[in-house]
Design a protein around this ligand. Structure first.
Ligand code: ATP
Length: 236
């Protein structure tokens, strides 16, 4: 459903992505792993048109999208959840969720049932629906960021470092939620992570990005067992 074909991306004269090709099929979770500065965030920004590839093509549901403006790409059904959980700290949980539905026209009934769906997936948010976003714990804020992204009923979800800065037990919870969303909604998810172990565990396929180049790709289970990947990304 998403095909990235041989893209080159520059910031000014500096090339940060070199001839990158990646595909995502309906219903799968794929992960992109790599160290700091490998170009993972730039890759996601390229998909949603925040940065424009100089070469190559990005196709979503058979249509070329790399020349479209970001708001039009979002309207086509791609939701990008940036790293750092940028929720609205001064709005309540429910108001944050309302903001997530801005690109979608819901009837009151449709909106309420969407909120109920989110509360079903994220019971912790239900318990805290009147609480200000900024007063939630880091893990709860990440859940809110994901729930807000789901309010627009995306066809593809891009998740940038959902585990960043969270305690291991919360990371487990977040990854369980990601797996559940994928299963319940058959939603394709592209996950960008420095936490290679967790990302490889929940994805079916993965790409390894090193200073802007894809160095390895394949089934996540194979990468988890690869001595090279173990040594560099899995701590032995
Ligand atoms: P991290 O895990 O640290 O977020 P990343 O893999 O997501 O890293 P990017 O943020 O995509 O990496 O950055 C890739 C390279 O591009 C880095 O060398 C970074 O310094 C550079 N870069 C990122 N954004 C810009 C920008 N707006 N202008 C110039 N260079 C940039």
């Amino acid at each position: 459903m998403l095909q990235i074909e041989n893209i080159d991306v520059f910031y000014g004269k500096v090339q940060v992505l070199h001839n990158i090709s990646i595909k995502i099929e309906q219903g799968e979770i794929i992960s992109v792993i790599g160290a700091n500065g490998a170009g993972k965030t730039t890759l996601m920004k390229s998909i949603v048109g925040i940065v424009k590839p100089l070469q190559g093509k990005i196709k979503f549901m058979e249509q070329e999208i790399n020349k479209l403006a970001t708001h039009n790409i979002v309207k086509k059904g791609i939701t990008y959840i940036p790293e750092g959980r940028r929720i609205f700290p001064d709005l309540t949980v429910i108001e944050n969720l309302e903001m997530g539905a801005y690109s979608k026209i819901y009837s009151r009934k449709g909106f309420n049932s969407k909120i109920e769906e989110m509360f079903h997936i994220f019971p912790r948010l239900k318990e805290r629906f009147r609480q200000l976003g900024g007063s939630l714990s880091g893990g709860e804020q990440q859940m809110l960021a994901i729930a807000r992204g789901l309010m627009s009923d995306p066809k593809l979800l891009l998740l940038d470092e959902p585990s960043l800065g969270l305690a291991p037990v919360i990371v487990d919870e977040i990854f369980d939620v990601i797996t559940n969303i994928n299963k319940i909604k058959d939603l394709p998810i592209m996950l960008v992570e420095q936490n290679a172990f967790m990302a490889l565990k929940i994805s079916s396929r993965a790409y390894v990005l090193e200073v802007g180049h894809i160095k390895h790709e394949g089934k996540s289970s194979d990468l988890l067992n690869s001595p090279q990947i173990k040594k560099v990304y899995l701590g032995g």
